[in-house]
Design a protein around this ligand. Structure first.
Ligand code: MRU
Length: 318
């Protein structure tokens, strides 16, 4: 395989390396991914996370396996196993199906070249999303975002955060409000880390501050990413996105989604069909509650289309 490098993923010198996102922002540790079972573990534990990136990482792991001489049946078995690593982000299934499971005339060589093409297509999709999305951000806007949707979660510059980045690069004077994103703090740990590197001004807020912030007229746009978009435009994203969308509607703040086509699920008619991952209770207890406190921990929620001003894809708007 040729050399491929993104913010959170590197294939070089016959090694597939991933940046362990659970250790950011304080430690930048690259993990050498041994095989597909290891990659599935890295995805489950969120060392590798974000909808587009888990798809890209999975197909690179399969291609790496092919390159090391695995047989076709072994690759197919690994593909089926990786497909189940996380249930909500359809990019994972779409990537694996496209490169392996739905591939006519599958060969080990096709897995390698298709994985390389998939990586490159994601880079280009991010660029196109950023260009289109940035036109919705005006000079002087304060933009609120939820979770982490930047270079860490794609092969390219990201989705919602890529849009924000492009608007900043165009010279627009913008300010970003970053939801901390309970329970795993992707906003507080990762989005702030990316924005700091890019030199984009931001303010971190707790999730429960967004409503008060909007009530004071301090947010002009909301941009978020997505893990799965249904045919009718309902979409799933990190838990808390729905609350932000409701608040945005109440305060008349335009609410946009930015995502590549690999996030679209033509088999889902509406948000009701989207499977929602539930994660371990300790993520919510966070060492602060009684050890056995009952917990509900859905990792994602569904926002109905009526709360969305627009969905920005690489090839158009919904
Ligand atoms: O559980 P995570 O951290 O993988 O969730 C990520 C998100 O919800 C992102 O907002 C989504 O994947 C869009 S990223 C382009």
């Amino acid at each position: 395989m040729k050399k491929m490098i993104s913010m959170g993923l590197r294939f070089e010198d016959a090694k597939l390396l991933v940046l362990d996102q659970t250790r950011l922002p304080h430690e930048e540790v690259w993990v050498d991914c041994r095989d597909c079972a290891h990659m599935a573990e890295l995805i489950k534990t969120l060392a590798v996370r974000g909808a587009p990136l888990i798809g890209v990482a999975a197909v690179l792991a399969l291609a790496h396996m092919a390159e090391k001489g695995a047989s076709k049946p072994e690759i197919i078995a690994a593909a089926k196993m990786l497909r189940m690593a996380r249930p909500t982000a359809v990019n994972l299934m779409n990537a694996i199906d496209q490169v392996v499971l739905d591939k006519p005339d599958l060969t080990t060589a096709s897995v390698i070249s298709d994985a390389e093409k998939f990586f490159q297509a994601d880079v280009l999709a991010c660029e196109a999303i950023a260009e289109r999305g940035a036109s919705f951000i005006s000079d002087g806007d304060h933009v609120l975002t939820h979770c982490n949707t930047g270079g860490l979660v794609t092969a390219g510059i990201g989705t919602a955060l890529g849009v924000i980045r492009r608007a900043f690069e165009q010279g627009k004077k913008i300010h970003v409000y970053v939801d901390e994103t309970r329970p795993l703090l992707q906003g507080a740990r990762l989005t702030t880390w990316e924005l700091q590197k890019l030199g984009i001004p931001f303010t971190l807020i707790c999730d429960n501050m967004a409503g008060f912030l909007m009530s004071q007229g301090k947010v002009q746009k909301v941009f978020v990413g997505s893990d799965r978009i249904a045919r009718n435009g309902d979409f799933a994203n990190k838990i808390g996105t729905y609350s932000v969308a409701v608040l945005a509607k109440f305060h008349g703040v335009p609410f946009y989604v930015a995502a590549p086509r690999t996030t679209f699920d033509e088999k889902c008619d509406s948000g009701a069909d989207i499977p929602i991952e539930e994660r371990h209770p300790d993520e919510v207890r966070a060492g602060k509650s009684p050890h056995q406190a009952p917990v509900w921990n859905p990792a994602f929620d569904v926002t109905p289309r009526k709360l969305i001003s627009g969905i920005v894809f690489e090839d158009g708007m919904l």
